[in-house]
Write a protein that binds this ligand. Sequence first.
Ligand code: SF4
Length: 165
Amino acid sequence: MSQPVIGSFVHAYLICSRKVWLMSHQICPDESHELLRIGRLVQDQAYAREHKEVRIEHLALDLVCRAGKNFVVAEVKKSSRALEAAKMQLAFYLYELKHMGIHAEGELLFPEEKRRESVVLTLELEEKVEAIKQEILQVTSQPLPPPPVRNRYCNKCAYAEFCWA
Ligand code: SF4
């Protein structure tokens, strides 16, 4: 499978390697799952007035705005429960943009928690992004998904029925 790594894969991989395999093989989660619906609502409504999803090649960016000479790319999340995964997803966007010649800063937005966090692409983060991209390609190129392993995200995961029913 030669599908490029996308931001949602980075987020999913840092939660569960099985989840990223399922997503990359277009196995749809339960679309009626409560948290999927809530997540979409938060994304659609929280920043409705300034919301401008931008697609650049394989990247789907929640919000892009200008701050002086720089761009700020924001990623909107329902909660900060998976903070590290959200941070790496945003770092991935900044990394990919940098390789397209676009320098940007990042902001993680958690509207329900009235919280925001800045993300700056350091050398250390770039190395992490590179390593995670390789690991994701390793997982997604396998013919079968990794077996389910219970983790703290399972009870809120839209694939839960698929894994545990
Ligand atoms: S239910 Fe658990 S094991 Fe299955 S994909 Fe979701 S997080 Fe992974």
